[in-house]
Design a protein around this ligand. Structure first.
Ligand SMILES: Cc1cc2nc3c(=O)[nH]c(=O)nc-3n(C[C@H](O)[C@H](O)[C@H](O)COP(=O)(O)O)c2cc1C
Length: 205
């Protein structure tokens, strides 16, 4: 029985392929494992950018925080608690200007928290979240898994780096890419991802 956290983040709403496939994976794992699901929809419920209230608040003793700092730290704590509670995390990310959306960036800015989700050990930084499986669905109009655009895949490189920085190293990535090259290419790309998702779900109990 797995507790699944689904995070969707594309600004394209109902048209989003990353949200569609991430939702399919999260619901499939929930069903297969007779588990539970928490949904964090960053488009419907956007996070603020981090501010000085959060940055100062998290290094200020709780009893000395201003009301703004209390609210900012409380929000970040809620996001971290949600993440800690999950056995499986499914993230949907659509490429926006070669990186992840600002919605998803804001989530990482809240949960990448010194001494809470990462620390520094003898050998440098150490992620403090462990033992979770992550499924990362990345969508892009172009093709970034190979070819001339691969060096510009700042989306998945950023996401994989940040996940591993906070300790989430067991990541399986699903791509839906090459959807801007006309309707036939888009159809083929979507069918390809659908097949990958189905194959993935047959492996996940
Ligand atoms: C504002 C905007 C910026 C985009 N920037 C890029 C880009 O830099 N590179 C790319 O290959 N596709 C880009 N796209 C296409 C999206 O990555 C593509 O539609 C993808 O499917 C988005 O993910 P989603 O389906 O989950 O919304 C962009 C789309 C939008 C709306």
């Amino acid at each position: 029985m797995s507790h699944v956290l689904l995070i969707t983040s594309s600004p394209r709403g109902a048209d989003s392929l990353s949200s569609r496939f991430a939702t399919e994976i999260a619901e499939g794992i929930k069903t297969n494992s007779s588990g539970t699901l928490t949904v964090r929809d960053l488009l419907a419920d956007p996070l603020p950018h981090i501010t000085s209230a959060y940055i100062q608040g998290r290094v200020t003793a709780p009893e000395n925080r201003t009301p703004d700092q209390v609210a900012a730290v409380q929000l970040a704590q809620e996001l971290v608690d949600e993440l800690k509670a999950a056995d499986v995390v499914v993230i949907g990310s659509g490429m926006i200007n070669f990186g992840p959306s600002s919605q998803l960036k804001a989530w990482f800015d809240h949960v990448t928290w010194p001494s809470v989700t990462f620390g520094y050990g003898d050998k440098g930084p150490k992620g403090l979240l462990t033992g979770k499986k992550v499924y990362l669905v990345v969508a892009a109009g172009g093709v970034f898994s190979e070819g001339v655009w691969a060096p510009f895949d700042f989306q998945s490189n950023y996401l994989l780096h940040l996940l591993s920085f906070i300790g989430l190293t067991d990541v399986e990535m699903v791509r839906v890419e090459g959807t801007v090259f006309g309707p036939d290419a888009a159809k083929a790309a979507i069918a390809n991802t659908e097949a990958s998702v189905q194959a993935l779900l047959t492996k996940v109990a």
